[in-house]
Design a protein around this ligand. Structure first.
Ligand code: COA
Length: 315
């Protein structure tokens, strides 16, 4: 699938800024992460993406590689919950591509469910994928990121060999204000944020930067298919709830990554970059007009229907 450049990257970045650098990205075949990887590769880098589904991951890697002649993108099957699998994926990335300079902890799991319909195992599954998976990604990549940071020093003016040794975590805003039907993800993403902050403190002295990128409602993504009702009225009301009046585009998340990984972001460490059009500062979904209006939906005891990821828990 050839994707026009303006769909995954704004026209403000210089070609070649990631030349000969390598990005490791978990969940890299997903809608948001694949565009981030595509942007990185378009700007000169190579990449390794991981996922649980072999076909999707390998096809995703092959597709991203078409963005630039000579680009190398490796697709590795690995479950972020398994530290041995993550270590092996990282090793394969370094063996095949020569280094590991940047990493994105992007793999995530989500679905809508009230706590009354969220089994202990359902809660644990999301904690395992999002929180433990992000920790595993950091553990597996940091030794290589430290080597990269040593070679490509985080100094001003910029190192002639460019940047390296940077980590980004993809999070969410659910835990800022609290949101019904998201107890599992709110807990997991709060942990993800804190993992990034700890990396920034403990590895900053080794030249690493670690930051959180927090997308809001981004159109055309698996996340929105799972979390937002798709009928016309719900979509219109959801967009009205965003201060800038629209859903975001995947390229706006890629731009955040390029900023943090490029020399423009050299002094940004331990930060959370929220890219949500100001959404979380409003009442957001779950309010008036939502298919799961609060608290009526909870009081009704109904089940979430009409979104992706629906499944009945064994309670
Ligand atoms: N409502 C309530 N419980 C649910 C659920 C839903 N919609 N979907 C799954 N569960 C429960 C399952 O019933 C199971 O619990 P149980 O053993 O008590 O019955 C538990 O969650 C694990 O489900 P399972 O399907 O075995 O896990 P998995 O590891 O195969 O899949 C998920 C993980 C559930 C997060 C799945 O949605 C997924 O793979 N998501 C990846 C993509 C994604 O979510 N992207 C979102 C980006 S925002």
């Amino acid at each position: 699938m050839s994707v026009p450049r303006e769909k995954f990257l704004s026209n403000v970045w210089r070609d070649g800024i990631f030349k000969d650098k390598v990005l490791f990205c978990t969940g890299g075949a997903g809608t948001i992460c694949s565009m981030q990887v595509r942007a990185f590769v378009a700007l000169g880098g190579n990449a390794c993406i991981t996922g649980r589904n072999k076909e999707k991951t390998e096809a995703g890697a092959a597709d991203i590689a078409t963005v630039r002649p000579g680009a190398k993108v490796v697709g590795v099957v690995a479950d972020v919950r398994d530290i041995k699998a993550m270590d092996a994926a990282v090793k394969r990335c370094v063996d095949e591509l020569g280094s590991l300079d940047f990493a994105i902890a992007g793999a995530a799991g989500n679905f809508l469910a009230p706590m009354s319909q969220l089994s202990s195992n359902a809660f644990k599954t999301v904690m395992d994928i999002d929180a433990i998976g992000s920790y595993n990604t950091a553990k597996a990549t940091l030794p290589y990121l430290m080597e990269s940071a040593k070679k490509h020093k985080n100094i001003s003016p910029a190192s002639p060999s460019g940047t390296g040794g940077r980590l980004a975590f993809i999070s969410a805003t659910f835990h800022y204000r609290g949101q019904p039907l998201q107890a599992h993800v709110a807990a997991a993403k709060a942990a993800v944020d804190q993992i990034s902050h700890s990396v920034s403190i403990e590895y900053g002295p080794f030249g690493i930067t670690s930051n959180v990128i927090t997308p809001g409602p981004i159109g055309g993504t698996e996340g929105m298919a799972r979390l937002a009702a798709s009928d016309e009225t719900s979509v219109r009301r959801s967009k009205m709830g965003v201060p800038v009046g629209r859903w975001g585009e995947v390229k706006e998340i890629s731009d955040a990554m390029v900023y943090l990984f490029s020399d423009a972001g050299s002094y940004v460490n331990g930060a959370t970059l929220v890219v949500d059009g100001g959404s979380w500062r409003t009442s957001g979904s779950g309010g008036e007009g939502s298919a799961w209006r609060y608290p009526d939906f909870l009081l009704s005891g109904g089940e979430v229907t009409g979104v992706g990821g629906g499944k009945k828990a064994k309670l």
